[in-house]
Design a protein around this ligand. Structure first.
Ligand SMILES: O=C(O)c1ccc[n+]([C@@H]2O[C@H](COP(=O)([O-])O)[C@@H](O)[C@H]2O)c1
Ligand SMILES: Cc1cc2nc[nH]c2cc1C
Length: 337
């Protein structure tokens, strides 16, 4: 983040051939992109999305509308290019990296698969620590490594995606813990849970929160309540921020992972854009706590990075604003008085 460029980009914005603030939120996005890149005329090329996948022992509590094996099956679908994220990424000049940090089952060798399984799914967070601190560190590191690969292969903006049946329970526990919120404020239907399931889910989150002790650091909290993929997502964003690229957030699980990254290193927030607002109610709480305004609100609740990737063309359009002609360059008259 370069504050001098931020000021220079704001000054240029005021000279461009449009009434003040006529491009609304995109103008703020544009000047932030300029500051991130350290140039008044930012340029965005290809994007990358690291889709982190893992399983969750908490599914034993009946907290998802879908069976656990969907995680494994959807990873195969990602590798074959048949999932929503594949199709959206193709439309958005974005490359998909699939990262296994904890899927239950042996996935085949595949050029599109980054294999970094820490363990075949977490323990049941309602009953015991989801993982050890050492496992949490390894999952985070796997996310960092995946991001580094994406950046070395040409990514100029970076998103994380998630796949993990049961992960809205882990995301709820993690965001409730980090934001000090009660379970009912962050627990929602996920893939489509009914009322009874929601009660079990709130209970599972409450039990995980009851094990936390004051003074635990963010990584210890994350090891307790889990999500191997949530840790990997934190790693993706930490690495991306260190490389100085714009970061795009997706829905609830990804934003919970980002929140962890923010708690570990508040500077990541300078690089972050919220791609969309998910239908999952906890997502709003997380974005509000971070002070991020979502670019899109399309009632998505899929994950995979879909909402982040959909926002990539908008970020490119925002960067292009600062390449517009000024009033002076174009010979266009300014306001009457
Ligand atoms: O991104 C979101 O906000 C979002 C909201 C609801 C569900 N999901 C996806 O659905 C899965 C988790 O849902 P659940 O009900 O099994 O906890 C996981 O694979 C997520 O990517 C994602
Ligand atoms: C089919 C399906 C696809 C998904 N993609 C991300 N989470 C998902 C959950 C389900 C159930």
């Amino acid at each position: 983040m370069d504050l001098e460029t931020l000021q220079a980009a704001k000054a240029r914005m005021a000279q461009l051939t449009k009434p003040p603030r006529a491009l609304g939120v995109l103008e703020e996005v544009a000047v932030r992109l300029a500051a991130i890149q350290g140039r008044v005329k930012p340029e965005l090329g290809p994007g990358a999305v690291v889709v982190a996948a893992a399983d969750h022992g908490v599914v034993a509590e009946g907290v998802s509308a879908y069976p656990q094996e969907v995680t494994f099956q959807m990873v195969l679908n990602f590798l074959r290019g048949g999932a929503a994220i594949n199709r959206f990424a193709q439309a958005a000049d974005c490359r998909v990296y699939v990262l296994d940090v904890g899927v239950k089952g042996e996935l085949p060798e595949h050029p599109g698969l980054l294999r970094a399984k820490v363990r075949p799914g977490t323990a049941n967070l309602a009953r015991e620590a989801a993982m050890t601190l050492e496992e949490a560190e390894r999952a985070l590191q796997a996310g960092r490594t995946a991001a580094r690969k994406a950046l070395s292969e040409g990514a100029t903006l970076l998103a994380a995606g998630d796949m993990g049946i049961g992960n809205t329970t882990a995301a709820a526990a993690l965001s409730a813990a980090l934001l000090d919120l009660p379970p009912e404020e962050v627990v929602g239907p996920g893939t489509g849970l009914d009322e009874e399931g929601l009660a079990r889910k709130r209970q599972a989150v409450a039990r995980a929160l009851a094990r936390l002790r004051p003074g635990m650091g963010p990584l210890e909290v994350a090891a307790e309540v889990g999500g191997l993929e949530l840790l990997a997502i934190a790693g993706v964003y930490l690495e991306g921020a260190e490389a100085g690229v714009p970061l795009v957030l997706d829905g609830f699980p990804v934003s919970a992972g980002f929140l962890l990254a923010y708690r570990l290193k508040p500077k990541v927030l300078d690089y972050a854009f919220a791609g969309h607002l998910s239908r999952e109610p906890g997502h709003r709480r997380v974005l509000e706590a971070l002070g991020l305004r979502p670019l899109l609100q399309l009632d998505l609740a899929l994950g995979e990075g879909t909402g982040a990737v959909l926002a990539m063309p908008l970020l490119r359009a925002a960067a292009a604003i600062l390449h517009m002609a000024t009033f002076a360059e174009a010979g266009v008259s300014g306001p009457v008085s």
